[in-house]
Design a protein around this ligand. Structure first.
Ligand code: NAP
Length: 335
């Protein structure tokens, strides 16, 4: 058996392409004293990897061309010479884009496979879930009956924002990039309405869907969608700036949206960095885990099969073509 792994070859200009990566087969290493060997099961694909490829300092993740591509994964301990980990345990770790990885246990978190399906440790029960939960609850502060608008409404973060808003008694309105995504948002995730920003006049459609204005806007995309939302703010609106994937592919930010309406609406804009909210992870997992187990919380995964297809899947994510939390199934959960 060999370890198939994907190397990061070069820093992309603009949108990443599969040629920015290469596939390599290497021998599987045995763990040394104080190490364990893990079998990657689920590999997470996240938009911020594009910033890691740029060498953006905010993440503090060094990644040089020629190294195994950075990535978070759910993995299973296969062989252990580490006192705290035993074979068979599932862990959340930065294994990179490879089938097998060695670890010294640093920054590795054990996963309870009974708490929720394993893959959710990378989505609803993991970093994207915490982003949506903490950002909405503590920065957006929605009150019952208020209108919460979220863009990328069916993605990893958006799925949590919409459902937490609904379960807190607010009125979630989604914005997404296709009618299929919008149908899913309303039917499965319980959004009151969802607008496809690729068809029609977004500002006018928002006015119709949010007649009393937008109380909370959770922004996952920036750009023209943010501009359209700003034209529909309720008094004292809160805006949570979470992500702007288009910009990740650019060398310099584009000219921004017109921010004037923020003044007129006396709105509050708050920047969200999920790492500031890590102390809220147990709270999020307790609440969302209960919703998952009693069927009140839904999610969707955009699953690609096999590590060799990870580069294509990541490029698709960075073009906004994923529908649900982007994951690569590297191996079956149980072998
Ligand atoms: P995701 O929503 O599953 O995937 C990204 C989605 O963004 C796409 O499916 C697409 O959905 C939308 N999109 C719109 N314009 C795009 C463009 N130009 N390029 C690519 N995608 C575009 O991803 P996620 O992991 O849940 O993350 C959502 C946002 O939160 C991202 O911006 C991410 O960087 C950010 N984030 C921020 C933090 C933080 O600490 N601030 C933490 C985690 C994630 P539609 O087709 O529906 O538009």
């Amino acid at each position: 058996m060999q370890n198939h792994r994907i190397l990061f070859l070069r820093r992309p200009t603009g949108l990443p392409v599969p040629e920015d990566f290469s596939l390599e087969a290497a021998p599987i290493s045995s763990p040394g004293a104080g190490q364990f060997l893990a079998r990657t099961v689920w590999l997470s694909l996240d938009p911020y990897y594009r910033n890691v490829m740029k060498g953006h300092p905010i993440y503090g993740i060094p990644l040089e061309p020629g190294e195994v591509m950075f990535g978070k994964a759910v993995a299973q301990v296969a062989e252990s010479r580490h006192p705290d980990f035993v074979a068979g345990e599932y862990v959340l770790m930065s294994s990179g884009w490879q089938q097998w990885a060695l670890s010294d246990g640093k920054d590795v978190e054990k996963i309870d496979p009974e708490a929720a399906p394993l893959s959710t440790a990378l989505g609803a029960m993991g970093m994207p879930g915490l982003t949506g939960y903490a950002g909405l609850v503590y920065l957006g502060e929605p009150r019952p009956g208020q209108t919460v608008v979220v863009s990328a409404a069916t993605g990893g973060v958006g799925t949590t924002v919409g459902q937490v808003a609904r379960l807190m008694g607010a009125r979630p309105v989604g914005i997404a990039g296709s009618s299929e995504k919008c149908d899913y948002a309303v039917r499965e995730l319980g959004y009151t309405a969802c607008i496809n920003y690729r068809t029609g006049d977004l500002k006018a459609q928002l006015k119709e869907a949010c007649p009393r204005g937008i109380d909370v806007y959770f922004d996952n995309v920036g750009g023209e969608v943010l501009s359209a939302v700003l034209g529909n703010l309720a008094l004292h609106a809160r805006i949570v700036l979470c992500g702007m994937p288009e910009v990740y592919n650019m060398a310099a930010p584009p000219p921004g949206p017109f921010l004037g309406p923020i003044i007129g609406a006396r709105a509050t804009v708050k920047g969200l960095v999920v790492y500031d909210w890590l102390a809220r992870m147990p709270e999020m997992r307790r609440i969302v885990g209960e919703w998952i187990r009693d069927g009140r919380f839904q999610w969707r995964e955009d699953i690609t099969e096999g590590i060799t297809n990870a580069p294509d899947a990541f490029c698709r994510l960075m073009r906004g073509e994923n529908f649900g939390k982007a994951l690569v199934r590297v191996a079956p959960e149980r072998c």
